[in-house]
Ligand binder design. Structure first.
Ligand SMILES: Nc1ncnc2c1ncn2[C@@H]1O[C@H](COP(=O)(O)OP(=O)(O)OP(=O)(O)O)[C@@H](O)[C@H]1O
Ligand SMILES: [Mg+2]
Ligand SMILES: [Zn+2]
Length: 419
């Protein structure tokens, strides 16, 4: 049977876990020196190695010949745990039931020493899903744990774990995997699997994974199933994404308030089979990049998504006030959220584009703000004109045109406004 890449390539030793050195080094040292704790809590976003490290730790503390704190993978204990045949290393999924019976059962069996291994290890995944009764039962064991017992709790939602539990565990926070680390791992897995993954493909996949390696491997799986060489273009094609170039082009039209051009480009993307949600989400990412590049240029590449180089961002964002990006970001967020329930995704995406091109169409406070900003800008432009050397006071200033000159930032109103 076909096994998903992310399951097949679950690291078997701490040394293979990437991007979590602050955790794996500590755990290895604890194992090597025999100073492990009786309770651990692994927190952090999905797909970053929590369950993986829990399994490795369970093996490492029971391994007969650990290597630098890593399990050897060959002794009867390592083999037994790997095959899932030992009842002494038990995985409980708190998400599948509220867990109280299971926790009570394991409290009853906790007094007996393990049959096959040194330490009985309970891995409780999604621990925040336990019911209050289950948490209380768990707390009882954690208060006075027998020597032969170890708990590894894992959660993506730390704030839902009661403080009484937290204070009895050693806590480790798993980080999002950095794109360059993820790309290296994806390339490695691809090589082992004889998948023709090109560097630009790996880079794009790792960015799309947004720090979760499981997602990266799943995406790779999806692309590999389509067959052939996987480069950036193939990834975009398989995943139905609009692609950075087209996203940047669309942003350029939006910033220029060229609604007609933006709608035409969206139509092109739609006909090409691109998903409307993906288009909006890519615009969101680009907006965030533009905003960061403008407000925190010193943050450098570390803060950015990596999809666009700094020069391109500078060029796109030139002369656009940060407030405009804030409006773009909030409009895109709202539209993306609503798109899920939409009966006509295309129409909603089009409406969103119109609002992005002209904030006065938003019909809420933003619209008012936009109008005030335009008025203020006009005012400022007029004042600047008046203060030119040799200019008369504003009242008598000779007007170059009948209309006050429009500031360059706000060119013509969008075409549909015209009579
Ligand atoms: N740090 C990592 N190094 C190498 N592979 C990783 C790492 N993190 C995740 N993976 C890959 O992703 C898969 C899933 O990881 P894991 O089950 O450990 O995630 P998790 O943090 O427990 O996620 P969840 O919160 O969704 O349970 C692994 O089988 C492995 O292939
Ligand atoms: Mg997990
Ligand atoms: Zn071993």
């Amino acid at each position: 049977m076909y096994q998903a890449l992310y399951r097949k390539w679950r690291p078997k030793a701490f040394a293979d876990v990437i991007g979590q050195e602050h955790i794996t080094e500590t755990l290895r040292r604890q194992v090597a020196e025999g100073r492990t704790s009786h309770a651990y809590l692994f927190t952090g976003t999905r797909g970053t190695g929590k369950t993986t490290c829990a399994k490795i730790l369970a093996k490492a503390v029971n391994c007969e010949a650990p290597v630098d704190g890593d399990p050897c993978g060959k002794c009867p204990s390592c083999v037994g745990i790997d095959s899932g045949g030992f009842l002494d290393v038990l995985e409980l999924d708190a998400a599948s039931n509220n867990g109280v019976d299971q926790v009570r059962a394991l409290r009853d069996e906790a007094v007996y020493s393990p049959a096959n291994v040194k330490k009985r290890v309970y891995i409780v995944d999604e621990v925040h899903m336990l019911s209050t009764a289950a948490f209380n039962a768990l707390l009882k064991i954690l208060e006075e744990p027998p020597e032969h017992l170890m708990f590894i709790l894992a959660t993506t939602e730390l704030h839902k774990v009661p403080a009484t539990i937290l204070s009895r565990c050693q806590r480790f926070s798993f980080r999002r995997i950095r794109p360059e680390d993820a790309a290296r791992r994806l390339s490695y897995v691809a090589e082992q699997e004889s998948i023709d993954l090109r560097p630009d493909g790996a880079e794009l996949l790792s960015r799309l994974a947004d720090g979760a390696l499981r997602d990266g491997l799943s995406l790779l799986d999806q692309c590999a199933a389509a067959g052939g060489t996987i480069d950036a273009a193939a990834v975009l094609d398989v995943l139905g994404l609009a692609g950075n170039l087209q996203t940047a082009k669309l942003m350029e039209l939006i910033l220029a308030r060229d609604a007609q051009g933006a709608l035409l480009l969206l139509d092109e993307l739609y006909k090409g089979g691109k998903d409307m949600g993906a288009v909006l989400s890519e615009l969101s990412t680009l907006t965030r990049d533009l905003l960061l590049q403008k407000t925190a240029p010193k943050g450098g590449a570390a803060l950015l998504s990596g999809g666009y180089d700094a020069a391109a961002l500078d060029r796109l964002g030139k002369g656009v006030p940060a407030g405009r990006f804030l409006h773009l970001a909030s409009t895109l967020q709202k539209a993306s959220a609503e798109l899920y329930a939409s009966a006509n995704r295309r129409l909603d995406a089009e409406l969103c584009l119109l609002r992005l091109c002209d904030e006065s169409l938003s019909g809420d406070l933003t619209a008012l703000e936009a109008r005030i900003a335009r008025l203020e800008d006009n005012q400022a432009a007029r004042a600047a004109l008046a203060q030119r050397p040799g200019a008369a006071p504003p009242e008598q200033a000779p007007q170059p045109h009948k209309e006050p000159p429009a500031p360059p930032k706000f060119p013509d109103p969008p075409p549909w406004d015209e009579p």
